[in-house]
Design a protein around this ligand. Structure first.
Ligand code: NDP
Length: 287
């Protein structure tokens, strides 16, 4: 059976993009949001704004949640737990793997199935080719709602454990936030020295192409091989000290590279000075 009607709860930038995509593809769409005015443009295009969370839950077999965190999920679902029976809840809300597992069990107690999801594209990517979402949960629920889910993004089904999609998502987003903040810090340094972000962009693109390092390091990390034959942690400390000083001399807050430098120094203090930067994997695991 193909799903032709969907409920979307949560109309932040992401939920709004999802709702818009369903309207574009001709789905019957029910929406609900804590702040109802965020549904105005969708209602103008034919969406139905449910008067209550209960109505929204009862309206469709497939309920998509796009909320800030699971505290928001419970704040909404606890308004009408009896309306959950028989529903598949595609919970595309970010939170920890533990909370995803806990919510799947809570939903099961109310007769619903959770598909945990971690969306890997920003809102403009919804409904575009190549966009992907990590999913975990029962394969049967994925198959039942495949067409509706694929209307948003492709499906990367990681397995039954409801925590898996949240785990993969958090690992990716760990890299994303830290990497992107590094980019912003670099652009702050460029601008403070009279170089525009656009002028630095081609150089940033080359620097941020980490692919060689990702592929070179992965098998070594798995093998516990942290040989310092390409670079050593002691070199990395000296290098990052230059970055911190350059930031300070430019009047730019150096706390971000300084925090990374602190981690590198802890690696050196743990005796890894002649090992590769990859030895930091073990340094952070040991705390
Ligand atoms: P927002 O934080 O902007 O979404 C907020 C939504 O959650 C709104 O509908 C808001 O309602 C609702 N909400 C928050 N707290 C509560 C509460 N206590 N009770 C009821 N409703 C609440 O996030 P986005 O739309 O940007 O993203 C949604 C999810 O998708 C997040 O988990 C995010 O991590 C994830 N994601 C986002 C991406 C992005 O680029 N935006 C990319 C990939 C994933 P109200 O409007 O009333 O405030």
């Amino acid at each position: 059976m193909t799903t032709t009607s969907v409920t979307v709860i949560g109309l932040g930038p992401m939920g709004h993009a999802m709702a818009t995509t369903y309207l574009d593809r001709g789905y019957g769409l029910t929406v609900w949001n804590r702040t109802p005015a965020k549904a105005d443009a969708l209602v103008a295009r034919g969406a139905r704004l449910a008067p209550t969370a209960e109505d929204a839950l009862r309206a469709s077999d497939l309920v998509v949640l796009s909320l800030t965190d699971y505290t928001a999920v419970y704040a909404i679902l606890e308004q009408a737990p009896a309306a959950l029976a028989g529903r598949t809840v595609a919970n595309l809300t970010s939170d920890t793997p533990a909370r995803a597992r806990e919510a799947a069990a809570w939903l099961a107690r109310h007769g619903a199935v959770q598909l945990t999801g971690g969306v890997q594209v920003p809102p403009p990517g919804i409904g575009t080719p190549g966009a992907m979402t990590y999913y975990s949960g029962p394969a049967e629920a994925i198959e039942t709602h495949r067409a509706a889910l694929e209307t948003l993004t492709g499906i990367d089904h990681l397995g039954e454990d409801p925590g898996l999609a949240a785990l993969y998502y958090q690992i990716g987003i760990d890299m994303f936030w830290i990497g992107l903040t590094g980019y912003l810090h670099g652009q702050a340094l460029a601008q403070a020295n009279g170089i525009s972000a656009q002028d630095f962009l081609p150089h940033a693109l080359k620097t941020a192409d980490f692919r060689y390092f990702l592929e070179f390091y992965a098998p070594r990390i798995d093998a516990g091989n942290h040989a310092g034959d390409m670079e050593t942690l002691s070199m990395a400390v000296a290098s990052l000290e230059h970055v911190v000083r350059t930031a300070e001399e430019s009047g730019v807050d150096a706390s971000l590279p300084a925090a990374t430098l602190d981690l590198f120094r802890r690696g050196v203090a743990a005796g890894r000075d002649q090992d590769s930067l990859t030895s930091l994997v073990e340094v952070v695991q040991k705390g």
